[in-house]
Design a binder for this molecule. Sequence first.
Ligand code: ATP
Ligand code: ZN
Length: 629
Amino acid sequence: MPRERFPRQSLGVMYNTLKEARVLLVGAGGIGCELLKDLVKSGFGEIHIIDLDTIDLSNLNRQFLFRHEHIKQSKAQVAKEVAQKFDPRTKLVAHHANIKDEQYSVEWFSSFKIVFNALDNIDARRHVNRMCLAADVPLIESGTTGFNGSVQVIKKSKTACYDCKPKQIPKSFPVCTVRSTPSQPIHTIVWAKSYLLPELFGVSEDQAAEVDSSTDSENAEEIKKLKEESQQLRKLRESMGSDDFAQKVFDQVFRRDVERLLSMDDYWKNKKAPTPLSHEVFATGAEDVDTSISQTDQRVWTIPETFVVFKDSLARLSKRLAQEKAQAEKNGLPEPVIEFDKDDDGTLDFVTAAANLWSAAFAIEPKSKFDTKQMAGNIIPAIATTNAMIAALCVLQAYKVIKGELGRTREIFLQRANMVGDSSDLPNPECTVCSRTMGRVQIDLEKATVKELVETLKSDLGYGTDFNVNIESPQVIVYDYMEAEDDEEAAEKRLGMKLSEFEVKAGTSLIVHDDDGDEPRVDLQLFVEKNGTEEGMPAVKMVQKDNARLEIPRKARTLAATTNGVDSIEASTEEQAPAAAGNKRKRGPEDDTASGTPAKKIQQSKSGRKDDAITLEDDGQDEGAIVLD
Ligand SMILES: Nc1ncnc2c1ncn2[C@@H]1O[C@H](COP(=O)(O)OP(=O)(O)OP(=O)(O)O)[C@@H](O)[C@H]1O
Ligand SMILES: [Zn+2]
């Protein structure tokens, strides 16, 4: 039986489109390897694979395109070579690179029929989301965490984008629990990672999302005391690098701070009181321990071993920070910080040792470096079968996109045995990412001035006088129409400045914010591309799609315009995202699922079949129905 039978049956005449389709797969990790195999086997014509990473031993348990001999080689390249054997007719192209590199422009994205995200971090997901919106290319976004997973189809103006819904905020612990009354290993790990490490190596007043410092009348007094302790610790930073730095930190944190806690008698009436640690006692036996003990990660370190790793990692991090500071000063860059990274041995050693010392003071069970890594990195083991199911669901959604049936695409949530498919959400009209109009502008970066950009916006796109232009990230004002009112000379000077002086370059995203009194336009996001060097080319030139002028709707009309575009998608008020996305909000965990919380979504599901085990909910009738083998 030919392999094409089922895709043919599913796609009907559109099967030819699939065979010619040029698609992009971003990420060749857990989901990516599965998805690449599925895409090749389903007959997609040309597949580009991009991944910045090389193969690691820890990938082999679930990234089945990779074998032991591939370790240290490019994921994209090996994935391509191995998947090619599944079907030599498929054109495969590998890119060993970061998808955020400027060469992967909006224009490049627009050369694909579909983009598949198989990533592991929010930052890259957000980037691809924006690029696909700008290029008006459908994006199939996916993610898994353990047994849970999700798939979402994103298409500008038709369905919700990745940023339409606020992302889940990681679980936080009250500051008093982690700093004054820890009772579980996770409390002391969060303390070491989100309090002690940033206090010593972070920026002033850094407060990690995992620690909740909100005050109520009960803990106000204690929080005040904790603030004083933090200040004392900050003072200690001045002696960072000196021989007695580790002892000073140890005495302050594990002895004096604990003594202060102990003096609060009321605290310990119903709880086990902590024991202040003595540097002298803990140092006993440490001289016989080699610092290489930090490489032992499967068993819990003894007390002298923990003490040695604490001192050694503190010294390593202090040295690293000093070097980075010197470098930053030389280059006029802001003060560097050291942040926790589960894959950075220096910070992981420090967090493991400090957490275990904190645990020693509170008689809490210590943890091995391996366990600490899992807990501090919020690591939920990746499950190969979840990845396989999610990858297959991505392909089924891609079939609908190929058939032009965006209205029938589904947002799918997988939670253990349950799978729920809901109609794709509508775009959130408040979403600051996808409610923007997106366009491209070619700029001669050697010549173009702010004035030329401003004039082009007026003449080519119909802007009036009242608008601003900012670089999106890091935020820089390029043009502010109000400046002329406050300081005419400065405004004139700015207009004459070259855009390159604001560090505008290929790949920069410019936001044009209209302030036109009655009916301002929605924000315009312009992606900068390098101008060609042909004779007579203007220094700033809007890129026209299909030879049509870019239309930027007025704000008042955005909602209607968006809703009109999706007549076949059911509107459901309770499913509209409640809050404006894209506003300042806390970042979710790095290793998140594709969107929202599957559990919550299941409860809200229109199907209402919360407890049913559903194989695949699809309203397809006979013709072109998805065939599941
Ligand atoms: N900006 C990016 N550009 C290109 N590829 C990226 C980018 N960010 C992440 N990736 C890739 O996405 C893939 C995600 O795969 P996965 O979630 O299985 O993670 P992993 O790194 O392979 O595994 P683990 O996180 O468990 O070590 C990785 O191969 C990673 O290199
Ligand atoms: Zn959006």
